[in-house]
Write a protein that binds this ligand. Structure first.
Ligand code: MOS
Length: 745
């Protein structure tokens, strides 16, 4: 039985689940929300960085004399005068820096746009003008820019503790047994996150203490990286980030401009603002790496998989080993005893790649789910039926039971809402006038992760609550769902809860990545608010002046800001009354939510995604005309923000399927479309009616919040669903993204 959770939750006072408006919505639409570049500071100076014009070689000379004399210039930093920096450990070394290599430490150039100088002036315009006066000479070498040309030099590299190659069962035997075999190569290009808000850092020193307002998904990571690189104690670094204008993983790690801003501010003894240009957002803060993936599926004639081989290459920089883990979902997606998964890296003269919304799953599911579609035609099965025949009833990677899984229900609900039964399976058979119509589907998945987090909660004498945790609001709705969780735990209305985040002065929260903020920070918020409630309940039970004196705790309930006896709801008093009588300004508790290492269950969110396309047979133009997704994501904490996450993931996936591609000039190694005019992200006219549904899924095992996270799963099946719909419309299988009109003619 399938139910959607469109209805508000039954319990009248329960805030969790309700589609309430964002608590920060008004601040955002009125422009009152302040982003990192806008934070008012006294007497700011402005820093700009200049980037290398070559992609590989050496700086032979850098002439700053003209620039130094330019009006308003306060300082210029190059590798010739920047102090030697201490190392910043990277993600792979348990640190938070995105790049292993420190900025401005030597004359070697590894990629176009690499920061080679910082100019600080009293206005932004003067800084930019002075930067234009700097003369740089290089000896250039031929850059490595084409992944396929360097394939022979690839090397195996694992990810997240996995070795480069994983073998399950006997894939060779499995392929030998296969009656049907699909063997294809799928390629995805370099893509850039392109959040609306550029990366920006405002750095302020007071003595030996540094405050940084930074556009980041990981304020404690910035603190750690800055303390490391500057060689100062972490407690001397405060990182503040109240609002983020989009991040998608690009702001998860610390990029070199952040320490450069801090060093610049120390150098000129003034607060410094450093904002990357849109062009620099293409060279200096990561991207999704290009992939070339081979998928081999062996199956019986009735569609049971006998082997899955998924292997290939992605690029990394000359100095870091960043893996785009495209095989990640293949390990768990389908029941198949025989698997070979292998990841290899190719070094290119490009910046270091990074996490981008569902890193690994997104390009990987494009390949795997396209191959499944090809297999469905080969064995003449409906694509959903093929997937049902290979449904993994337990986690094939760990053999653990799922904490919950609603993939079958998602196929059913998605198919019903989309109208999948109207699809004629024959490619090219559906038309609307001169247009070809196609319907395609794919599975979606993302693991449920959680990290330790802490929170502090206070109930104040006026009956309102203040809850704090140093998490981030990057547009996902974190502040809103934390408010809802706190309101329910305390039994007070959401309007009476204030949630503060985005500051390393607050209790520690993890990186806002991996779709784990709701589970991680939510558990801490629930723990802290429950502890406050328990403390107040204890206060009334033991107080002879309270109408609830001596009532057993099990008979006490809280709702609407009031504590009352369940057996006699008329008997009770408000939080306000309790705190006033005890002459308490506040009752405060903290909570540290630890994560057990013991794993009894495997937890993943699953979903089904359906695309309808209309293809112009003469011009190869593809329009996505409808898109429907259905998902099992555990408890939906806020139907409105959760649905928005799904819609956002689908929009980004449509961009990936049809539009987005970063193009590098093969001779110079320069990115030739580093702007929003030539790197095409979808605009409203590209986006159809999108529907997102949630299957009711009760997961008692996943985490104390019961929520699986919704930030990333929404993109994972989109490109395959669109590509599969295009095949259905045209009979043309495009195995190279984006699917631009030239590929269909
Ligand atoms: Mo996400 S790519 O884990 O910020």
């Amino acid at each position: 039985m399938t139910q959607t959770v469109d209805k508000p939750s039954k319990a009248i006072n329960e805030a969790v689940g309700k589609p309430i408006d964002r608590v920060d919505g008004r601040l955002k639409v009125t422009g009152a929300a302040q982003y990192s570049a806008e934070i008012p500071v006294e007497n700011p100076a402005y820093a700009v960085t200049i980037g290398s014009k070559i992609a590989r070689g050496q700086i032979t000379s850098i002439d700053t004399r003209e620039a130094e004399k330019s009006p308003g210039v306060l300082g210029i930093l190059t590798h010739l005068n920047l102090p030697k920096l201490h190392p910043m450990p990277t993600f792979t070394g348990n640190g938070s820096a995105a790049e292993n290599r420190l900025p401005l430490q030597d004359e070697t150039i590894h990629h176009s746009g690499q920061h080679i100088a910082v100019v600080i002036a009293d206005t932004l315009e003067r800084a930019k003008y002075a930067a234009s006066l700097i003369g740089v000479d290089y000896t250039a070498e031929t850059p490595l820019t084409e992944m396929e040309k360097e394939r022979d030099r690839s090397f195996g590299k694992g990810y997240f503790g996995k070795p480069p190659e994983v073998i399950r069962g006997n894939p060779t035997e499995g392929l030998a047994k296969a009656e049907v075999r699909i063997e294809e190569t799928y390629t995805t290009p370099t893509e850039h996150h392109n959040p609306m808000e550029p990366h920006a850092t405002t750095a302020v020193w007071e003595g030996d203490r540094l405050t940084v307002y930074d556009a980041t998904q990981f304020n404690f990571g910035v603190q750690q990286a800055l303390a490391s690189v500057l060689g100062i104690p972490a407690e001397n670094v405060r990182v503040v980030c109240q609002f983020i204008g989009g991040a998608f993983g690009g702001k998860g790690m610390v990029w070199p401009h952040v320490p450069l801003a801090a060093i610049a501010a120390r150098q000129v003894k003034r607060p410094v603002k450093l904002v990357l240009t849109r062009e620099q957002m293409f060279t200096s803060v990561g991207h999704r790496a290009e992939t070339e993936q081979q998928v081999i599926l062996g199956a019986t004639r009735d569609g049971h998989l006998t082997a899955i081989v998924h292997k290939g290459i992605s690029h990394t920089s000359a100095f870091d080993d960043f893996v785009e883990p495209f095989t990640i979902a293949t390990h768990i997606m389908y029941a198949c005893p025989n698997l070979q998964a292998e990841q290899r890296l190719v070094r290119l003269n490009k910046g270091t790649p990074t996490f981008m919304r569902a890193p690994g799953e997104t390009p990987g599911m494009y390949a795997l789910e396209s191959a499944l579609d090809e297999l469905a035609y080969a064995v003449k099965l409906d694509p959903i039926e093929l997937r049902l025949r290979n449904h993994a009833d337990t986690d094939p990677d760990t053999n653990l039971p799922w904490s919950s899984k609603s993939l079958k229900e998602s196929y059913r609900l998605g198919a019903e809402k989309f109208g999948w039964s109207r699809r004629n399976p024959e490619p090219g058979s559906m038309r609307d006038g001169r247009y070809l119509i196609g319907m395609g589907m794919a599975s979606a998945t993302y693991p449920t992760l959680r990290m330790p987090a802490a929170a502090k909660a206070r109930i104040l004498q006026d009956g309102t609550a203040l809850v704090q945790s140093a998490s981030h609001e990057m547009g996902t709705g974190t502040a809103t769902i934390m408010t809802q969780i706190a309101a329910d735990a305390l039994g007070i209305p959401v309007e009476k809860v204030r949630f503060e985040l985005g500051d390393t002065k607050l209790p520690r929260a993890p990186v806002s990545g991996g779709s784990m903020t709701a589970a991680s920070v939510g558990t801490a918020v629930k723990g802290a608010t429950q502890a406050v409630r328990a403390k107040v309940l204890e206060l009334v039970r033991t107080d002879t002046r309270s109408p609830l004196h001596n009532i057993p705790e099990t008979d006490l309930a809280t709702a609407e800001g009031r504590i009352f006896a369940k057996s006699d709801p008329g008997k009770g008093e408000t939080y306000e009354a309790v705190l006033k009588r005890h002459n308490l300004q506040e009752v405060e508790e903290s909570f540290n939510a630890q994560v057990s290492q013991e794993k009894k269950f495997s937890s993943h969110a699953f979903g089904a995604q359906f695309a309808e396309v209309r293809v112009d047979p003469d011009f190869g133009e593809v329009r996505v005309t409808r898109f429907t997704g259905a998902y099992g994501v555990g408890r939906v904490l806020n139907l409105k923000t959760a649905r928005s996450q799904m819609i956002g993931g689908i929009v980004m996936g449509i961009g990936m399927a049809l539009l987005e591609e970063t193009i590098t000039d093969t001779l110079t190694g320069r990115i030739i479309n580093p702007n929003l005019a030539e790197y095409h992200v979808p605009v409203s006219a590209d986006i159809p009616a999108i529907e997102a549904y949630f299957v009711e899924e009760n997961d008692p095992h996943v985490n104390p919040i019961g929520a699986k996270g919704v930030g990333e799963i929404g993109i994972t099946g989109v490109a395959a669903a669109v590509a599969n719909a295009i095949y259905h419309a045209t009979g043309k299988r495009i195995r190279d993204l984006p699917i631009t009109p030239d590929k269909l003619l």
